[in-house]
Design a protein around this ligand. Structure first.
Ligand SMILES: [Zn+2]
Length: 263
């Protein structure tokens, strides 16, 4: 197991290095996203684009639904003909089921961001399962269909989280670009950075909720129309995460995976 982890880390490092070198050579990427040194288990969609030959990106929103911000995002999506993915917090969903219903009715993907937004690495595997299951039941109750992708709060995960996720038939989805990368950037700068970094298959993280440390999403809401217009102008289409996974041309990155061997 240890040897596999080391080999995995080296492979990930080489892949990341070649990716960064290639992009730097093209001169298109001023600030590449950080790649964590920790190796990702198979099946976790990590911080690289989903390989696809189509000019698509997935814009994803965490921590909602929120009565102020979520309707703004949904109105924007409707105006631009875009489909987004919402990683919702189950407890928030139970407070605002109509917003969850609207997401689903308007063709967006409603996915799992746990019940209570705890840092999962601090929980037991049993608690991890419970966090995912409670959110799953709430989404399924409201929309009538079961989610299949999970994003752990703050992107924090360990082997327990991965085993719990895989055991429930879920796939872990991370992101390639974070819109709210730096709190001091202006909405214009936030959007422009993401537009510059975008390439086919990328998953963009933004927030329509405020359960985490940041409580004001005003700048995100201001950056979103600039981002969406900028990417549409570059010829991108906005697809949901399930749609994007279906467009993957190389399934090694996105393959269904067995849980890693127990320690
Ligand atoms: Zn979150």
């Amino acid at each position: 197991m240890r040897v596999k982890l080391v080999v995995g880390a080296i492979v990930l490092f080489l892949a990341a290095a070649s990716w960064l070198v290639t992009d730097a050579a093209r001169g298109r990427v001023p600030a590449p996203p950080a790649v964590k040194a920790r190796p990702a288990p198979r099946g976790v969609v990590w911080r690289v684009p989903v390989p696809t030959d189509q000019k698509v990106v997935a814009l994803t929103f965490d921590d909602g639904p929120d009565p102020v911000y979520t309707p703004v995002v949904l109105d924007l999506a409707r105006a631009k003909g875009a489909k987004f993915t919402f990683f919702v917090v189950g407890r928030q969903g139970s407070l605002y089921p109509d917003l969850i219903k609207r997401m689903a009715a308007e063709g967006h993907a409603v996915e799992n961001h746990t019940w209570d937004h705890h840092e999962m690495t601090r929980l037991s595997e049993r608690q991890d399962v419970s966090e995912i299951e409670l959110c799953d039941s709430e989404i399924t109750r409201i929309t009538g269909s079961r989610p299949s992708f999970m994003r752990p709060p703050r992107g924090e995960w360990d082997d327990d989280v991965y085993r719990a996720t895989a055991a429930l038939g879920y796939r872990v989805i991370m992101w390639s670009i974070e819109l709210e990368h730096h709190p001091r950037r202006s909405p214009q700068q936030m959007a422009q950075r993401a537009i510059n970094l975008a390439r086919p298959g990328m998953i963009i993280l933004a927030h329509d909720g405020a359960v985490d440390r940041h409580f004001d999403r005003t700048k995100t809401m201001q950056a979103l129309p600039i981002l969406v217009d900028g990417l549409l102008k570059k010829g991108y289409r906005f697809v949901t995460v399930p749609e994007l996974m279906g467009m993957a041309t190389d399934t090694r990155q996105t393959a269904e995976a067995a849980p890693p061997a127990a320690r």
